[in-house]
Design a binder for this molecule. Sequence first.
Ligand code: SAM
Length: 283
Amino acid sequence: MRPSSLLHSVPPSLLFPHISSTSTSPPAHGGLAATSIGKLPNTTLRILASTTSKRKSKRQEDDYHSTLKALNSKGRFPRKSLGQHYMLNASVNEELVAAANVKEGDIVLEIGPGTGSLTNVLVNAGATVLAIEKDPHMAALVRERFARLNRVKVVEEDFTRSHIGSHMSSILQSKSPLDGTSCSAKVVANIPFNISTDVVKRLLPMGDIFSEVILLLQDEAALRLVDSSLKTSEYRPINIFVNFYSDPEYLLKVSRTYFFPQPKVHLGPFTTSFTAARTRFFQ
Ligand SMILES: C[S@@+](CC[C@H](N)C(=O)[O-])C[C@H]1O[C@@H](n2cnc3c(N)ncnc32)[C@H](O)[C@@H]1O
């Protein structure tokens, strides 16, 4: 059977035997893998060490079990066409949120919340979250999960067609301090790989709204985006675009084994961060 057909025909509990609701043993996550990706010209590369401490294990179980229970409870099988590879490791979600320095009162846009595991970490950090989800089942699931919190707004839309500026302005206006100073927002998301270029093209020119963009991208795509060297044959218009609007930075490598189902990519996906060039617009 081809891997793609597996995604649709086999329940998560069979594909991933330790996800039954009675299971208590999380997968062998071992934390973030320390790695090296060689030289990336003009970029800052921060390699994060493995996080296997006991302190983390309770949180890891939370994402692992809650994600898979949520899928099982609704009878949802991951849909390949929507790039549904769910993050099972809470430490990775925490690294993403820490990389964006999300704190109490921040406004965060999340693209594709899925079961809400990253949303949960954002909420715990004190953020107000606008979550845009294309899959109506997952939008309903995440809306239900955070129904008691007025800090989470779930919009069922295709991000690539969404009027993101108007969604964000209404939230920003309602949160703006009375002294007239404007507040900005951040993006933290584990996005479907098939829309990553669209996402980057839409977000980076929005430096008037977003001060920080943290995206989990497919390894190869992220490597291409952070490469600012004009000498390589891989340099494309998208690189000029990215480097005009942002300071792309490779942050950490994330093992593909932390996703359910595991993505079929040659290398593990990782995070890249774009510091939107706010100063280019307002200095
Ligand atoms: C890689 S999964 C990530 C899910 C979750 N954030 C996590 O970390 O486990 C991508 C999510 O984006 C959603 N999605 C796919 N295409 C989308 C689109 N065009 N607009 C908004 N959401 C989309 C999928 O349904 C899925 O929930």
